[in-house]
Ligand binder design. Structure first.
Ligand SMILES: *Cc1c(COP(=O)(O)O)cnc(C)c1O
Length: 794
């Protein structure tokens, strides 16, 4: 796979240190060494990258274009060495040079160009497409500032800007020659019977390419991120008049477009800048796609034979009208033919049923930012009405709003949900009328995660045990983990499994002691909930159960408690007041519980700040229990749940998203199920007293709410959580109270199961053994076959 020898790699690193970094080894800093190593590794990616690109051109192979406003990439150095088969060699060579490989890996900034699951899915898909030899480009925005950095001040979340680009980013290639003009606003005039858009503002989109190398270095694709540049750099007349700030205005305005990531993953905000960002990404991508298609010598009319375009949620849904505009206005195609061509190229992935997350633009905003597209949207809508006769209340433009979900649906030949349950709900609840008009268009592709990053890389002890037990080859054929099943009755294997988990837990304990100042015992059960903070994900349910546990320990400290460490992680959107209050409560509870000498190791609560991909890689391999406790029907799929399963952490969870399929794969005896089902949620909510009834039926929940209301966790401000307690009683939309007792008894089953060491280890090992289905390779094979009609080029 790679004939590189250690002396050769060492020479490459020293050459880059000298000639790329301009540093002499005795004076090189950690940063210099990391750069030198990264460049040496990148050199090894370039060859397969060129070979892949060349082969795609030579064979005229169909290409996939994945459009996403978010790519939650994380660090790349170790990932690249793993996929090139150079990890251990790199570690050895760096040791020879007096450098600690781990320290270099952790010196790399975590590229957080996304909020959470949706962006991380895009990153896993890029890696799987490369592994499978699916010729593909990812298109996104090169945000100068990714997701904010989170700190806690007296338990409250404080956001600071993130600046991953202040240091040189060694993985990308800037492409100043690949730039496109993107227009906004202005007017549409008619010339020779054709519509002509005269934009009032323009910016340049400049490409930055990062090669994405697949497993075993067999194929590499490109992640192309667009940076905004001014079309006119500078207003010289103003400068000469001495108005320096105004002179720099064009530049400032343009750069705003790729300055920051919108830091909210679940609520839609009708901000003009966001619409401009979406169009900026989409238009640049489509112009690039058409240029490449024509450069291949093909006709525009044949676009769909060579091009598949996937819209990751509605964020790039302007692709429908924009592709029509380019085909009609720039390439002279007739409207109906352009519409059919665009539809044959486009696929749309829906990620949410939450109504507050569905994008809708006021026709006023949409029409002023994109006047030509407004005309096209209206034509698409009337074409759809004429052709399919939907009921009067179904359409793209309704009540002075452009509805991006409907637009994406109408303009896509396939619409997919991201888990079996979610896809059913998309059919039945989200788009029932459109589904009836277009039967078969909505399909399912259950999400997955890449086992290279989320098992091989992040969990070396377990990976070594797997390879020892079933041989190598599981990395790109994850169903081979099934081979572990026949060993779960074998004491030697279970000891090995135990030792791997134990090593990860010990490392995490050390890290927690250092970072959070809390001593936690690696013998305790590590119970982990890490994900964005959102009411529907119900971190509140978890912290209420934590308080109940604390209450019971205090009441009966002599009982035979199974020691627990409750670990939380996650960021709240900066404007999401209720989510921030939950963060504050968790930190307040942690302070009280951790300082209580009567409690000791029976219960600890830790909340490391700034959850991101790198922290996930640290926490998940050390987890014993995976918290997936959303209100049923609200989590589209989840992918965190899959990472935990692969790493041998059983789930405590509701029947929601991909939990349903995890339960199916692993078996009910290896999953701690609780709570209302999606079907029961509606009827339960219809009872106006649902919360009150549940609270009055649960002495434990009453005690917990009483403790919070009395200020037991906020002695400096006893009234701090009055609002929160009031909401549980009177506005419990996510049914925390209704599921509380069921959750608590599931947690009691967890304690009992954990106390049986051999039984627990077997259950944990079976979670890993049966996680093969959740490889994103399986997901991508599904997209290739059912949506993109593209074969592997390997
Ligand atoms: C996997 C991942 C997510 C998604 O987690 P869910 O539990 O599916 O919401 C979010 N953030 C990071 C950093 C991740 O790695």
């Amino acid at each position: 796979m790679n004939d590189l020898t250690a002396p050769h790699l060492k020479a490459d690193i020293l050459r880059h240190l000298t000639f790329t970094l301009g540093k002499d080894a005795p004076h090189a800093s950690r940063y210099d060494w990391r750069m030198a190593l990264s460049f040496a590794i990148r050199d090894r990616i370039v060859e397969p990258w060129f070979a892949s690109t060349r082969k795609t051109w030579d064979t005229g192979h169909k290409r996939v274009y994945y459009l996403s406003m978010e790519f939650l990439i994380g660090r790349l150095l170790e990932d690249a060495t793993i996929n090139l088969g150079l990890r251990d060699m790199a570690e050895q060579v760096m040791a020879d040079l007096g450098q600690d490989f781990r320290a270099l890996v952790e010196d790399e900034p975590d590229a957080a160009l996304g909020n959470g699951g949706l962006g991380r899915l895009a990153a896993c898909f890029m890696e799987s497409m490369a592994t499978l030899g699916c010729p593909a480009y990812g298109y996104g925005i090169r945000y100068e500032h990714g997701l904010f950095r989170q700190r806690f001040e007296a338990g409250r979340q404080v956001e600071t800007p993130e600046d991953w680009l202040t240091q040189r980013h060694p993985w990308e290639f800037e492409r100043p020659e690949a730039a496109y003009t993107i227009g906004f606003k202005g007017e549409v005039v008619t010339r020779d019977g054709r519509e002509v858009w005269l934009p009032g503002e323009t910016v340049l989109a400049e490409a930055h390419d990062t090669p994405v190398i697949g497993w075993a270095g067999k194929w590499a694709n490109t992640l192309r991120l667009w940076a905004a540049k001014p079309t006119t750099l500078f207003d010289l007349a103003r400068f000469n008049r001495g108005d320096y700030a105004a002179a720099a205005e064009p530049e400032t305005l343009a750069r705003t477009l790729s300055r920051v990531l919108y830091p909210d993953d679940t609520t839609y905000q009708g901000k003009e800048l966001r619409l401009k960002q979406e169009f900026f990404l989409t238009s640049a991508a489509l112009q690039d796609i058409l240029r490449r298609h024509l450069a291949g010598g093909y006709k525009v009319a044949d676009l769909a034979q060579h091009v598949a375009i996937q819209m990751n949620d509605t964020h790039p849904a302007i692709a429908g009208p924009e592709l029509i505009r380019l085909l009609v206005d720039d390439h002279g195609m007739e409207f109906d033919a352009a519409l059919e061509t665009a539809r044959a190229c486009l696929g749309y992935t829906n990620h949410t049923l939450l109504p507050e997350a569905l994008e809708r633009w006021a026709t006023y905003t949409f029409g002023s930012v994109l006047p030509r597209h407004m005309q096209i949207v209206e034509r698409i809508d009337s074409w759809h009405r004429r052709t399919y006769h939907p009921p009067h209340y179904v359409g793209i433009v309704k009540h002075h709003e452009v509805r991006m979900g409907e637009m994406a649906f109408v303009m896509a030949h396939k619409v997919n949900g991201v888990s079996a349950l979610h896809s059913d709900l998309v059919q039945q609840n989200l788009f029932p009328e459109l589904n009836a008009l277009h039967p078969g268009r909505i399909i399912n592709q259950t999400n997955g995660v890449t086992p290279r990053r989320w098992l091989k890389m992040c969990n070396r002890p377990l990976s070594a045990l797997i390879t020892e037990t079933v041989g190598s080859g599981w990395e790109d054929d994850l169903d081979r983990l099934k081979g572990l099943e026949s060993h779960v009755g074998d004491a030697g294997f279970l000891d090995g499994f135990d030792a791997a988990k134990r090593a990860n837990k010990q490392a995490l304990s050390d890290w927690i002691a250092q970072e959070c100042g809390v001593q936690v015992s690696p013998d305790a059960l590590f119970d982990v909930q890490v994900k964005r903070i959102h009411e529907y994900k119900r971190q509140l349910l978890n912290i209420l159960e934590t308080i109940a546990r604390y209450h019971d320990i205090k009441a009966n400290p002599g009982a035979d408690w199974v020691p627990r460490v409750k670990i939380f992680g996650g960021k709240a959107a900066p404007g999401y007041v209720v989510a921030k209050e939950i963060i504050h409560l968790i930190n307040d509870v942690a302070a009280v519980v951790n300082a209580d000498p009567e409690v000791g190791d029976r219960l600890k609560v830790v909340y490391p700040a700034n959850y991101n991909v790198s922290l996930a890689e640290r926490l998940i391999p050390a987890s014993d229990l995976s918290e997936q406790i959303s209100t049923a029907g609200k989590e589209a799929s989840g992918t965190g749940n899959m990472k935990f399963m692969m790493n041998g952490a059983p789930t405590i969870g509701t029947l929601d998203g991909a939990n349903v399929e995890i339960l199916q794969e692993v078996g009910a005896e290896n999953f701690f199920l609780f709570g209302l089902t999606a079907d029961q949620v509606g009827p339960r909510r219809a009872n106006p007293d649902h919360a009150r009834d549940a609270i009055l039926a649960s002495q434990s929940l009453q005690d917990v709410l009483q403790m919070i209301a009395e200020g037991r966790f906020s002695p400096d401000e006893p009234g701090r959580y009055h609002q929160l307690v009031h909401r549980v009683w009177h506005h419990d939309y996510f049914l925390v109270a209704s599921d509380f007792d069921s959750y608590r008894s599931a947690q009691a089953r967890v304690d009992a199961a954990y106390a049986d060491r051999a039984g627990w280890l077997k259950m944990a090992a079976l979670n890993t053994a049966r996680s093969g289905f959740f490889s994103s390779d399986r997901t991508i094979r599904g997209y290739m076959k059912d949506i993109w009609s593209v074969a592997s080029a390997l």
